[in-house]
Design a protein around this ligand. Structure first.
Ligand SMILES: *[C@@H]1O[C@H](CO)[C@@H](O)[C@H](O)[C@H]1NC(C)=O
Ligand SMILES: *[C@@H]1O[C@H](CO)[C@@H](O)[C@H](O)[C@H]1NC(C)=O
Ligand SMILES: *[C@@H]1O[C@H](CO)[C@@H](O)[C@H](O)[C@H]1NC(C)=O
Ligand SMILES: *[C@@H]1O[C@H](CO)[C@@H](O)[C@H](O)[C@H]1NC(C)=O
Ligand SMILES: *[C@@H]1O[C@H](CO)[C@@H](O)[C@H](O)[C@H]1NC(C)=O
Ligand SMILES: *[C@@H]1O[C@H](CO)[C@@H](O)[C@H](O)[C@H]1NC(C)=O
Length: 236
């Protein structure tokens, strides 16, 4: 008797499960999401059928960690739009969860995806140890930027003479600068998605000390000569 009941129960359950077609939700998104661009995520239950009803009660939601980004009650799909941000979105995991009501039971299925955000170079900055220099002083200029993939750096310089490149071209150094090094220093950051530059003017200054010294010496000489001439004349 119990065996028969169990069997009937089993058959009932089996036919119940056979009458439910509920596929795992899918997530559609660009394989490469660009920083600053508007992007779409579509979450969808491709196949859903419960006991001959093609529209049983169901929900779909998209979340990231504890935040629900979007949800749609009694719908089979949802669309979420956002402006991608490298720092905020890259490598974060999103979860699309679908649930379906079958009698008193709620079935749930979910899919996870990790966002891959790429970015052309941005936040390019340039800094120099000095913006005015005198002969034989040293000049050091450093460039920085963000981007994914991480940018490569190159330079446009007033003169490449005596210039040393280091730190993967992020830094240039001139240990003994000359007047030819006066001008605009431009750093260019680039990757496959784009490029961006930053610049700084570094100005050569004649050494004021030697100027003053020269003026003083010339004046002193003039005074001495005049004095000498006057004395010589007076003695005559
Ligand atoms: C859910 O949607 C289906 C059609 O898509 C409709 O037949 C059903 O009544 C809805 N259920 C509720 C609770 O709104
Ligand atoms: C769908 O969402 C509504 C409101 O959030 C909830 O009352 C209902 O139980 C959910 N249905 C399923 C099948 O999860
Ligand atoms: C650049 O850096 C600043 C400060 O770190 C930040 O607030 C900003 O969002 C960054 N991005 C761009 C595109 O400027
Ligand atoms: C370069 O910039 C990045 C991001 O803006 C920052 O995390 C990093 O510390 C900077 N590096 C240097 C050497 O300033
Ligand atoms: C470093 O910058 C110089 C000057 O722009 C460039 O000629 C050189 O190719 C760069 N080197 C690398 C490794 O990017
Ligand atoms: C030095 O460079 C600046 C621009 O950075 C330019 O305006 C100036 O004329 C230059 N001076 C000399 C002496 O070349």
């Amino acid at each position: 008797m119990t065996a028969v009941l169990l069997l009937l129960n089993g058959v009932g359950l089996l036919s119940f499960w056979l009458s439910v077609e509920f596929s795992t939700p899918t997530i559609q998104l660009a394989s490469e999401i660009q920083q600053g661009h508007s992007e779409n995520i579509v979450c969808n239950i491709p196949r859903l059928k419960v006991r001959d009803s093609t529209s049983p009660h169901r929900n779909i939601s998209l979340s990231r960690g504890p935040d629900v980004l979007s949800s749609n009650n009694n719908k089979s799909s949802l669309e979420y739009s956002f402006v991608a941000d490298l720092q905020k979105d890259d490598r974060t995991e999103i979860i699309c969860e679908a649930s379906v009501q079958v009698g008193s039971e709620v079935l749930r299925k979910q899919t996870r995806r990790v966002l891959n955000v790429v970015a052309s170079p941005f936040n390019v900055s340039i800094s120099a140890n000095r913006e005015r220099y005198k002969t034989n002083e040293n000049i050091k200029v450093t460039c920085n930027a963000t981007g994914k993939p991480f940018p490569e750096f190159s330079w446009h310089l007033p003169s490449t003479e005596g210039v040393e490149f280091s730190d993967n071209n992020r830094t240039i150094e001139i240990s003994s600068a000359q007047s030819s090094h006066n001008g605009t220093y431009l750093c260019l950051a680039n990757n496959i998605y784009g490029k961006k530059s930053a610049r700084v003017d570094i100005v050569f200054e004649e050494s004021t000390h030697s100027w003053i010294a020269a003026v003083v010496v010339v004046t002193l000489l003039a005074v001495l000569i005049t004095a000498g001439v006057v004395l010589y004349r007076c003695q005559k």
